[in-house]
Design a protein around this ligand. Structure first.
Ligand SMILES: [Zn+2]
Length: 302
């Protein structure tokens, strides 16, 4: 079931609802005042993003969240999270600017902050794992000074029918490839690659099994040896950067890669949505599972 816009509007109609969500997600359904120890004694303060206890103690729920010190309304922030979790190819800052009625600079900042919720986790991949590298950007035709613009390399791993990881690197070399494997893939996994020299005769020493297809000899699939899963991820990233973002500076490329890896890793969500998983990451203190935030909120807010 997809989380629809109608449902979003119903769940988060105004700033009050959004702040209440953050407050309850961070401090619990029945918050206790740390000063006077009373429970459920908080009320919403007028004209401030704050709650106060009857004893005078104040809580600013948005502190230390991505909304901290932002003058943009929480409704706009939540809407931006909704938009970014609904668009498969990402949402450009221009589009956010248009939908939220904020400046381009603000839209850009909001997008980066929301993307920061999509950081890759550090659980280890296992089983059959594909590794590959890609290059992004560096179109010399657009450079008026005709200077050579270096493309930015990205190396990634995808577990078959499982999760992905991808990192922007200085060089697509063996050292970085081995580091990615060591950090993200369990020893003993079966690694699939193309015939690139990056991986040739290097992975066995680390305890991985290794098979490769020779793209240079027009071999793309041999039995279950192929790199189709990671190539699917690469083409999704390239399509989105070309279509939505047009170009991405190397400095921000990792956060865009994070966004698409996040989408990829949640591609099979059926009963919840990306929006829901992002709400969970917004207030990790709450300890909700990835598909629980909306159900929890509909209980709390009613
Ligand atoms: Zn109190």
């Amino acid at each position: 079931m997809k989380y629809t816009y109608a449902q979003f509007k119903k769940d988060f109609p105004n700033d009050n609802a959004c702040l209440k969500y953050i407050f309850k997600a961070r401090f619990g359904n029945n918050p206790t005042c740390p000063k006077c120890k009373k429970t459920n004694s908080f009320y919403r303060m007028n004209k401030r993003r704050a709650y106060a206890c009857s004893c005078g103690y104040q809580v600013y729920p948005a502190k230390d969240t991505i909304f901290h010190k932002s003058s943009t309304s929480l409704t706009s922030w939540f809407f931006a999270i909704y938009l970014m979790s609904s668009a498969k190819n990402g949402v450009s800052a221009k589009e956010l600017q248009k939908h939220l009625g904020v400046s381009y600079k603000t839209a850009l900042r909001i997008a980066h902050k929301i993307r920061s919720l999509m950081k890759q986790d550090d659980s280890m991949l296992e089983g059959v794992v594909e590794i590959d590298e890609m290059y992004v950007g560096g179109n010399p035709k657009r450079n008026l000074r005709k200077r050579y613009i270096k493309k930015t390399p990205v190396i990634g791993v995808v577990a078959r029918n499982g999760k992905a990881r991808a990192v922007v690197v200085e060089e697509a070399d063996t050292r970085n490839a081995l580091k990615l494997l060591k950090d993200n893939v369990k020893v003993g996994s079966k690694i699939m690659s193309d015939g690139s020299y990056l991986y040739r005769n290097k992975l066995e020493k680390l305890g991985f099994e290794h098979s490769s297809v020779k793209h240079s000899k027009w071999e793309y699939v041999r039995g279950n040896v192929h790199t189709n899963s990671i190539e699917g991820l690469w083409s999704q990233i390239k399509r989105s950067i070309r279509g939505t973002y047009h170009s991405v500076s190397p400095k921000y490329l990792q956060s865009y890669v994070d966004e698409f890896v996040y989408q990829y890793n949640h591609r099979s969500l059926k009963t919840s949505s990306l929006f829901e998983t992002l709400l969970v990451r917004l207030c990790p203190q709450h300890g909700l599972k990835e598909n629980e935030s909306v159900a929890w909120w509909s209980l709390v807010s009613s």
